[in-house]
Design a protein around this ligand. Structure first.
Ligand SMILES: NC(=O)c1ccc[n+]([C@@H]2O[C@H](COP(=O)([O-])OP(=O)(O)OC[C@H]3O[C@@H](n4cnc5c(N)ncnc54)[C@H](O)[C@@H]3O)[C@@H](O)[C@H]2O)c1
Ligand SMILES: [Zn+2]
Length: 368
């Protein structure tokens, strides 16, 4: 199983290559996508320990001798200290404009690597080798880079497209279950916004998905990457369609912040956000109740609806306004028309949102 997908952005276009075991063959891919002579490999200790050797083997086959930069990952390390460490190492290693940074890790490593690559000498080449499901289907594609700053998630960032994305689904073998499921939330999201057949996989083959069957995993990853690549190609800077990708994220981000990023994973928070978006869609008569029920059933089956701790609808409402994506003080919601089709809604009255939040709080604590 092998698939190559193009992110079509004129002179910034790049390939996403998905193949089991491709890490140990990565040298040829790199020779194809970058002319860089000097390479720095950025990773986190645990990821490097698990998969670094495979990647180095692949690079050595094409006579690359990368310098190694290790930093801690996890959201609490996505900060200016990590960025500064990378930039200092690149400087001390004498990297020039023709250098290339290869990121081997989850979304945190990918986002910080992207920011460092976009800043160093006004931009060097970047190659993403994502190792979490979330990074494979989402964070590594589309060129958004960031660190958290002044207590605000992703406050400092740039757009810097990679030269290529190399996805080896095999690396997910060492990923823990909760991290794996958090990535599944994004795949479910792609199904709801664009692709009913993708969504239906979760209804028809939940066991296989949870068992990480290689064939179905390959299908989920490649279809998700195709959808993200298509949307990014049409709207690089989020003026229009790219906002669809925020389905479930308006409430999801607010819940993550409300619980200080410790209680729910990103995917779990987004799962409740998708439930809430479905609820609002029904209340606004954009879709029939069955569309909401199907979403809740799949999210539950995938173990994404863990216990939602009590929250204040008013406080959450305030947090949603703080979201970077609240445009001119109005919250923008992506809502469902049917599975596979969403719509953007900007003017939803506060009482409707508060009452849907209250309903979610009651039903979520009852159900899970
Ligand atoms: N740039 C974008 O468009 C975009 C999109 C979505 C999310 N993000 C960002 O991605 C970040 C979250 O990414 P994440 O969920 O991958 O978190 P992460 O990078 O912190 O990784 C989660 C954990 O998994 C471990 N890990 C990674 N790969 C592993 C593997 N193969 N085997 C075993 N353990 C492994 C890591 O060491 C870490 O402890 C957030 O900061 C978010 O803002 C960015
Ligand atoms: Zn997300």
């Amino acid at each position: 199983m092998k698939k190559e997908i193009k992110v079509d952005l004129d002179d910034k276009s790049y390939p996403i290559l998905i193949e089991n075991g491709i890490l140990s063959e990565c040298g040829s891919f790199l020779r194809r996508i970058t002319a860089a002579q000097k390479i720095a490999l950025l990773s986190a200790p645990a990821v490097y320990k698990a998969w670094g050797r495979e990647l180095l083997k692949g690079l050595a086959r094409k006579r690359f001798q990368p310098e190694l930069i290790l930093i801690s990952d996890g959201e609490k390390n996505k900060d200016e200290k990590a960025l500064s460490r990378i930039l200092k190492r690149l400087a001390s290693l004498g990297f020039q404009r023709d250098g290339c940074l290869v990121a081997l890790g989850g979304g945190v490593i990918g986002d910080v690597a992207g920011l460092a690559a976009s800043l160093y000498m006004r931009g060097i080449d970047l190659v993403q080798c994502p190792t979490t499901l979330l990074a494979q289907v989402d964070a590594s594609i589309g060129g958004k880079t960031a660190i958290d700053f002044a207590g605000i998630k992703n406050l400092i960032g740039t757009f810097h497209q990679p030269k290529g994305v190399l996805i080896d689904p095999q690396v997910l073998g060492t990923l823990d279950n909760r991290q794996f499921k958090t990535g599944l939330a994004e795949v479910i999201k792609y199904g709801i916004i664009q692709d009913e057949a993708l969504f239906a996989q979760f209804e028809k083959r939940p066991e296989l998905i949870l068992r990480r069957d290689p064939q179905i995993l390959f299908r989920l990853i490649s279809t998700s990457c195709e959808i993200k690549a298509r949307i990014v190609s049409q709207d690089e800077r989020e003026g229009g369609k790219r906002a669809w990708l925020n389905y479930g994220h308006t409430l999801g981000h607010a819940l993550e912040a409300y619980f200080h990023y410790g209680v729910l994973t990103h995917g779990e928070a987004v799962a409740y956000g998708m439930w809430f978006a479905g609820l609002l869609s029904c209340r606004l008569r954009l879709c029939p109740e069955i569309v909401l029920r199907r979403q809740i059933a799949v999210l539950k089956r995938m173990g994404l609806l863990r216990k939602l701790p009590n929250f204040s609808p008013e406080e959450i409402y305030k947090k949603m306004f703080l979201d970077k994506k609240a445009r001119k003080g109005r919250i923008q919601f992506i809502l469902t028309r049917k599975i596979g089709l969403v719509t953007i809604q900007k003017n939803i009255a506060q009482p409707i949102i508060l009452s849907a939040l209250t309903q979610l709080r009651a039903e979520a604590s009852e159900r899970c």
